[in-house]
Design a protein around this ligand. Structure first.
Ligand code: NAD
Length: 506
């Protein structure tokens, strides 16, 4: 007998096939890699994972393509990204729906993720004419000293489930205009969106007459990722995911003197000062803490509130939390979709039990809402008051739990903000300019915001974090420099051969 949930899962699977078809992707060979949907927990499609031999061959093709791609002028390379951008615009709805099916994001956030891809493509197109090197005054007459930037080689991209398409675009659009070729290992949890992106880029390459081998897709779990990590032909490994993963990957890349760009876990805090506009703060906090069901690297996980306003703020937050619509992300009006899988749910429940052991009080939320069968994990976002920044609070639990701590003076609040091993995003809500500036100078994170939450960065800035978050920067500003190598050039246009530092030789 067919349950309602099984029937629903079959409909979702058919929808995924239709979307792939609309995006021009062939339905993959069935195999042991199961693309699932967190909406019902059902299987969307089975795929065949790549073997380490497949990864080896893919790196070989990318390395081969690099030899000619590096010689294409950067503004000409941008034509490929421009075409990709146009295809993303044309297929924005389909790709976003696939993101919703595979990662469980609500429609607005899934569309926003594809918008981010389009935005970074535009950024990369402009960048293709701005890969500037500096020119410095030489200390010698008749000499010029300058820097030139050159393509690096094959870039390996390992990405996480929670931004299944945007992180790829951040890396790929910029790597391509920089003259690199790309081998992408997406999360094994989101292989279909990856297939869709790969198909669109291939199509763009064929349409503009670029070599389609500039991009390779390899699918599978950590084993497939490790084949990329250890290959000396991969000049830069850009890895997004947990601190645990980065801890394994970084030393291995370093051992072969490769380059790493790490975008790892966060444990982001917001300080709420007495002068804060509480109405605005509540909205910022709820989006940052409960949006994407707490599954963003920049999700707000710690709220550091000045003691005199703590009760009032917690009460307002709790009433906002109680009104959050949790449910099927395909439905209009839903703001909180499912957790990615059972493991995420188990980790959340374990954290909530531990919080109580450590003296915490669950103000609201945390419970499971069984909406669509027993294999989908919907939860109400949790608000938890903690007596101190305990060991648990210092860990990243990838689920919607917001721990509330209190402080007396701003120095203490900044010390709490910095008192964790991660260093991704941070924020302060205050109308006091001194406090805002002290916070910006004092936060040890890669992102420090004022009167806005910790999540939802724009692509124009450099994105990334310090400490265990890995130190990498992606997307805007001068992040492109990670994807190129710098040469320092001294040019002698005189008839003499003066040596630097005034040295006379012979
Ligand atoms: P994860 O670490 O489990 O997996 C991330 C990717 O790494 C996957 O593709 C996985 O297959 C691969 N991987 C895992 N072990 C590997 C190994 N030993 N060698 C090579 N590859 C390996 O993370 P996840 O659960 O997919 O994503 C959630 C985590 O990612 C959170 O910690 C979150 O904060 C972090 N994240 C960080 C950023 C950022 O920009 N800083 C962005 C998104 C997610």
């Amino acid at each position: 007998t067919h349950t309602v949930t099984e029937h629903f899962s079959e409909q979702l699977s058919l929808r995924a096939r239709a979307l792939l078809h609309g995006l021009g992707a062939d339905v993959p060979e069935p195999g042991v890699l199961l693309a699932r949907t967190p909406i019902s927990g059902g299987v969307l499609l089975p795929l065949t994972p790549d073997t380490t031999a497949d990864v080896d061959a893919a790196i070989g093709r990318a390395a081969g393509a690099f030899e000619s791609w590096r010689a294409v002028p950067a503004p000409v390379r941008a034509a490929l990204v421009r075409r990709l951008s146009a295809l993303l615009v044309a297929h924005q709805d389909e790709l976003a729906e696939l993101v919703t099916l595979e990662a469980g994001k609500i429609g607005a956030e899934a569309l926003g993720e594809v918008q981010e891809m389009i935005d970074v493509c535009e950024f990369a197109i402009g960048l293709s004419r701005q890969l500037y090197g500096a020119t410095m005054p030489s200390e010698r007459p008749g000499h010029r000293l300058m820097e030139t930037w050159h393509p690096l080689g094959v870039v390996g991209v390992i990405s996480a489930f929670n931004f299944p398409v945007a992180v790829w675009a951040w890396n790929t659009a910029i790597a391509l205009v920089c003259g690199d070729t790309v081998v992408w290992k997406p999360s094994e949890t989101t292989p279909l969106t990856a297939l869709a992106c790969h198909t669109l880029l291939r199509r763009a390459a064929l349409e503009v007459g670029a070599d389609p081998q500039v991009h390779q897709l390899v699918q599978g779990d950590a084993t497939v990722g490790e084949a990329l990590v250890d290959d000396p032909r991969v000049a830069l490994l850009s890895a997004t995911g947990s601190v645990r993963m980065g801890g394994i990957v970084a030393p291995r890349v370093a051992a072969r003197f490769g380059r790493c760009l790490l975008e790892l876990g966060g444990n982001n805090a917001a300080i709420v000062a007495p002068s804060a506009d509480l109405e605005l703060a509540v909205r910022g906090i709820v989006f940052a803490a409960a949006g994407t069901a707490g599954q963003r690297c920049t999700t707000l996980r710690r709220l550091i509130v000045q003691g005199s306003i703590a009760d009032q703020l917690v009460e307002r937050l709790s009433s906002a939390y109680n009104q959050l619509p949790v449910g099927n992300p395909l439905d209009d009006g839903v703001l909180v979709g499912p957790l990615i899988n059972e493991r995420a749910y188990t980790a959340m429940q374990a954290a909530l039990l531990r919080a109580q052991d450590e003296g915490g009080e669950i103000v609201c939320g945390g419970e499971r809402v069984e909406l669509i069968g027993s294999e989908a994990y919907y939860v109400r976002p949790a608000l938890v008051r903690m007596p101190a920044q305990t060991e648990l609070v210092r860990e990243e639990t990838f689920a919607p739990i917001l721990y509330v701590l209190t402080y007396d003076d701003l120095d203490e609040a900044i010390a709490l903000n910095n008192g964790v091993t991660q260093g991704l995003s941070s924020a302060i809500f205050t109308l006091d300019q001194r406090e805002a500036e002290q916070f910006i100078a004092g936060s040890d994170c890669g992102i420090a915001n004022v009167n806005i939450g910790t999540s939802g960065a724009e692509i124009g800035g450099a994105f990334g974090g310090e400490k265990n978050t890995g130190g990498g920067r992606e997307s805007g500003s001068d992040s492109w420099k990670a994807y190129m190598r710098r040469a320092t050039n001294t040019i002698n246009y005189s008839t003499e051969l003066p040596l630097a530092q005034g040295i006379h030789f012979g």
